[in-house]
Design a protein around this ligand. Structure first.
Ligand code: HAM
Length: 423
């Protein structure tokens, strides 16, 4: 009987039948990170609010509108983490990772929370796979991070993706650009949406990121930031492009690409699936050379990305990619009679100790019903234990695909199943 309780809006249950895709994605992330020399880190699901207000920026949509903020019982303002980079930089500082050889290469995979309007591919609880390389400014590390993200999609089997790249400059050249952007917009404010009027005052770079129809012609005519980069930022971008071309990784420079988090400097990038709008970005990231200092550390460069797992799985399904099936149950143990019941329970325990997946029938079901259950559980074999087998110290081992069966000594069942598996 269905209950009146539902999963909260914008959240979803990840059911057993969804697991093959999750395993595929997590396994690929784990394998690639090992190959690229990244170590796993997991930080708490909740942090102090001010970490994100400082790190991500007060005037960002995430901090202004999307954080799940709560006061704990001690009166502290906490937040369910809306993104991973600020927490990782906090952990880098707190755990003295600045004393390790730099850069420190880290990856993570876990849930994040944003109070947003739910729709296909946009949720209030979602999962990110992310990587961060902290402590190195060389554009080779930008290329490495982008290669890791790109290879992740390729190895999953996604096709027709595009990688967009831009540089948004640094503390030296960006102020000049923002001046130019403001002077361009100042006589066009009547043409743009209300939000853009606010952005003009508080966060002008985000003007370029508006999705409103009426703002598009204005955005199209805006001066490109690339023309305003200082020589160091321009060199950094050409260095990165050289590395990407050497691998090669196809990319398109998008001079209007900016990001929704304020910590970015220089490199920013996004990966898009074919023919989709902005809320379908599959993964994105960039450089954040000022963030560690903002959080109280010494000036330390960093770069990273995060990829939304739910969106990736949606696209894998759309593109018809099949996830490998998870291993089937090896044996279901059916039994008849009171004495056989306990022997069957012991046999299941023995088999599991040998690493063989085994279920044993429970309740008071007929042998026929137990065999139906073996099928329903997807077992490869049924081991049948009745009075006669119990007396002889054997079981009947039946291959469920074709009904072929043999009698095997009880003590040999494990070895027999292993041999069949290897054969
Ligand atoms: P972000 O662009 O906010 O960046 O999020 C990265 C990815 O997370 C998005 O491209 C998308 O795939 C997924 N995502 C974001 N919000 C949602 C949502 N509401 N529902 C489903 N998926 C979502 C960051 O979070 C940065 N921390 C990335 C980064 C790491 N930059 C440097 N290092």
């Amino acid at each position: 009987m269905p209950s009146r309780y539902r999963a909260p809006r914008g959240t979803a249950d990840i059911l057993p039948q969804d697991q093959p895709f999750w395993q595929l994605v997590q396994g690929t992330a784990e394998r690639l990170c090992r190959v690229f020399g990244y170590s796993r880190i997991e930080t708490p699901i909740f942090e102090e609010v001010s970490l994100f207000a400082r790190g991500v920026g007060e005037a960002t949509e995430i901090v202004e509108k999307q954080m799940y903020v709560f006061q704990d019982r001690g009166g502290q303002e906490m937040v369910l983490r809306p993104e991973g980079t600020a927490g990782i930089c906090r952990a880098y500082l707190q755990n003295g990772m600045f004393s390790l050889p730099q850069p420190v290469r880290l990856w993570y995979l876990g849930p994040f929370f944003r109070y947003d309007r739910p729709q296909a591919g946009r949720y209030r609880q979602f999962t990110q796979f992310g990587a961060e390389a902290i402590g190195e400014a060389d554009p080779a590390i930008d290329a490495e991070i982008i290669e890791l993200l790109w290879r992740f999609y390729l190895e999953l089997g996604l096709t027709q993706l595009t990688l967009q790249l831009n540089s948004i400059g640094d503390g030296r050249c960006r102020p000049g650009y923002l001046e130019a952007l403001r002077s361009y917009y100042v006589d066009k404010l009547k043409l743009v949406c209300n939000d853009c009027e606010g952005r003009f005052q508080r966060n002008p770079l985000r003007l370029l990121d508006c999705k409103e129809e009426r703002c598009q012609p204005v955005i199209a005519g805006a001066p490109p930031i690339i023309d305003f980069l200082c020589p160091e930022c321009a060199d950094h971008l050409s260095g990165l492009r050289r590395y990407l071309e050497a691998i090669p990784i196809p990319y398109a420079i998008n001079p209007r690409l900016v990001r929704g988090l304020d910590y970015y400097t220089r490199t920013v990038f996004e990966v898009m699936p074919p023919g989709e709008g902005a809320q379908s970005v599959l993964g994105a990231g960039g450089r954040y050379d000022g963030l560690i200092q903002e959080l109280g550390g010494r000036p330390t460069p960093g770069i990273g990305f995060a990829a939304g797992i739910e969106r990736i799985i949606l696209n894998l399904k759309r593109q018809g990619v099949k996830a490998p099936e998870l291993p089937s149950l090896q044996v279901f143990i059916a039994h008849q009679g009171q004495a056989a019941r306990v022997a069957a329970f012991r046999l299941a325990s023995d088999l599991r100790r040998q690493g063989i997946s085994a279920l044993v029938a429970t309740g008071q079901r007929s042998l026929k019903a137990q065999m139906r259950q073996a099928d329903a559980d997807g077992a490869l074999f049924a081991a049948i234990l009745g009075q006669r087998e119990l007396a002889a110290g054997t079981v009947v081992l039946r291959r469920l695909a074709d009904g072929h069966q043999e009698t095997v000594p009880m003590a040999e069942v494990g070895r027999r199943l292993q041999a069949i598996k290897l054969g």
